[in-house]
Design a protein around this ligand. Structure first.
Ligand code: ZN
Length: 203
């Protein structure tokens, strides 16, 4: 399976990193080895001094598909989750200036936190889900899927024109503003519509 990730999908986060507003979604892939095993702590990798958390709404793909139209995209998933796209911001900054791919900054071991899954039917409108990240009990990131530049179904249509989606693939839909550095002993927890979705200790 693969993790298909979207960058720059919330206007306020684009501004905080002083990025250009993209004309189409920014897409990158993390390997399956990036998934942080359940119940395991997150270890800051030795090659970075500036690892950031990015809380994101996740979508689990339930069947194979390519060239999926936006209209039918909703038939390709029935579970929604929340996770973290850990990013070695210092490594990414170097790669960006050279115009090189982001994989080393984004796809390293443990860089993908995947929390629990909830049925999408539970929600009236998946394009209006409130989510947040707490660091040591303090609210550091807050978002709502209504603020996405490209909504979930549009993202599925877009990415499936490049990558065949397979059962079990996970879509990371981009982070809102408020990204920041993690330090050893930080305790991160994420909520989706008020429900606790994951808890992670940083080492
Ligand atoms: Zn991200």
């Amino acid at each position: 399976m693969k993790l298909i990730c979207i960058g720059r999908n919330y206007a306020a986060h684009i501004e905080e990193l002083e990025n250009e507003r993209p004309k189409e979604p920014v897409v990158f892939i993390k390997p399956d080895s990036a998934i942080l095993p359940k119940e395991q702590d997150f270890y800051i990798p030795e090659f970075s001094n500036d690892v950031h958390y990015e809380v994101e709404v996740l979508v689990k793909i339930k069947k194979v598909g390519k060239h999926i139209s936006k209209q039918f995209a909703h038939t390709y998933y029935d579970e929604i989750g929340l996770g973290i796209d850990f990013t070695a911001r210092d490594v990414q900054a170097q790669l960006k200036t050279k115009g090189l791919p982001w994989e080393k900054a984004k796809g390293f071991d443990g860089s993908a936190v995947v929390g629990k899954w909830l049925k999408k039917d539970k929600y009236e409108n998946i394009d209006n889900l409130h989510f947040s990240l707490l660091k040591n009990g303090e609210n550091v990131q807050e978002g709502n899927t209504s603020l996405m530049l490209w909504k979930i179904d549009e993202l599925i249509a877009y990415v499936s024109t490049y990558f065949m989606l397979k059962k079990g693939d996970i879509l990371f839909t981009g982070t809102p503003a408020g990204v920041g550095k993690v330090s050893p002993n930080d305790y991160l927890s994420g909520t989706l519509e008020g429900e606790n979705m994951f808890e992670i200790t940083v080492r």
